[in-house]
Ligand binder design. Structure first.
Ligand SMILES: [Cu+2]
Length: 343
């Protein structure tokens, strides 16, 4: 009896998946060349880098990004917290950054795509004082909001070659305060502030090529800080280069590998409420550095239907080289999860 119901279930499942498969083939058959291309590009595309949508296509994304930082480095040399406490009253011990990002993207025409993204940040840092006292500070609030226009520099959609021109709007707070052993309601140091405080131009160039069931690409991007915020400083400019290769494995799974390099400048100017002698995190000259990372991940296709090309994406990357204006906390692993709905 038990076996019989098991077999029935199996038959139902097989015929259901057979039906699904027929449905898929039907869908693929009725697709235009552009739609097929777009489907493969979205399956092999990376959500962490910009991509160009075909005209009329919508994309909604939720992305979660987590970064852990621990251990201290000056240039490429490791330091202990007691090394840091020889020159400062407070040393950072570790930091965790959680970002929740909501984004929307629209293929307005063959030449233009538009993108908007808001993010909520949840950052906490553990620190230690010269008196060997541990304490934690945390910041949970909206970060900066990003708007982008993508302009297609090529003719069609493969290869994709486009420029991205945007602004980062200062919706993130730069006046966050917290209780520390130095007193209650103290201005938190630079890494605990959630925005730049300035309207920042963002420029990027991206090239993506699709071959059979694989795609590869390269992206160069920059965030520029041109003037001081209301606290008399501006964050350093940021420049990055990333390359990736991704391959469709089967009807559900796409696997990818990526490398990226980021150069961040030091802060220019200084918040008058922060004392750089107190902690390295309060010193504007100790915020910059170069980080080279490698990573891998998978895109899991959520199937065909009206939400063509929708997927879940998982990605992990880790630095293999860091040269920091320190003492500064090192980046450890970074993990991202994304849910992408496309129509
Ligand atoms: Cu998109």
């Amino acid at each position: 009896m038990r076996n019989l119901s098991f077999i029935t279930l199996l038959i139902v499942m097989v015929s259901f998946s057979g039906g699904l498969k027929a449905q898929e083939e039907q869908d693929i058959f009725s697709m235009s060349l552009d739609e097929l291309l777009s489907l493969n590009l979205s399956r092999t595309g990376l959500v962490t880098v910009p991509h160009f949508h075909i005209q009329g296509e919508w994309m909604l994304t939720y992305k979660y990004h987590r970064m852990d930082m621990s251990d201290i480095q000056n240039a490429t040399l490791s330091l202990s917290t007691s090394d840091v406490l020889n020159s400062y009253m407070i040393s950072p011990v570790e930091m965790t950054m959680n970002m929740h990002m909501l984004g929307a993207m629209y293929g307005y025409s063959k030449k233009w795509n538009f993108m908007a993204m808001v993010n909520y940040m949840d950052v906490s840092m553990n620190l230690i004082t010269q008196m060997n006292m541990n304490f934690t500070t945390s910041s949970k609030k909206l970060g900066d909001t990003k708007l982008n226009a993508l302009y297609n520099l090529g003719e069609g959609y493969n290869p994709q070659f486009f420029a991205s021109i945007g602004v980062s709007l200062p919706t993130g707070d730069i006046n966050l305060r917290g209780n520390t052993p130095m007193g209650n309601n103290q201005k938190l140091p630079y890494p605990m502030q959630l925005g730049s405080g300035t309207v920042d131009p963002m420029l990027a160039l991206t090239y993506i090529r699709l071959n059979d069931n694989a795609s590869y690409g390269m992206n160069v991007s920059s965030v520029l800080r041109l003037y001081n915020n209301s606290n008399d400083y501006h964050l350093g400019n940021q420049y990055s280069v990333s390359t990736w290769y991704s391959q469709i494995v089967n009807s559900t799974v796409t696997a990818f590998v990526l490398t990226d390099g980021i150069i961040i400048g030091d802060i220019v100017g200084a918040d008058p409420e922060l004392n750089p002698m107190m902690a390295p995190t309060a010193d504007p000259k100790l915020r910059g550095g170069t980080t080279l990372s490698m990573g891998a991940g998978v895109n899991l296709s959520l199937g065909l239907g009206s939400l063509n090309g929708s997927l879940i994406t998982l990605q992990y990357s880790k630095p293999y080289y860091q040269n920091l204006d320190g003492p500064q906390l090192e980046k450890n692993g970074q993990f991202s999860f994304g849910l992408i709905l496309k129509k």
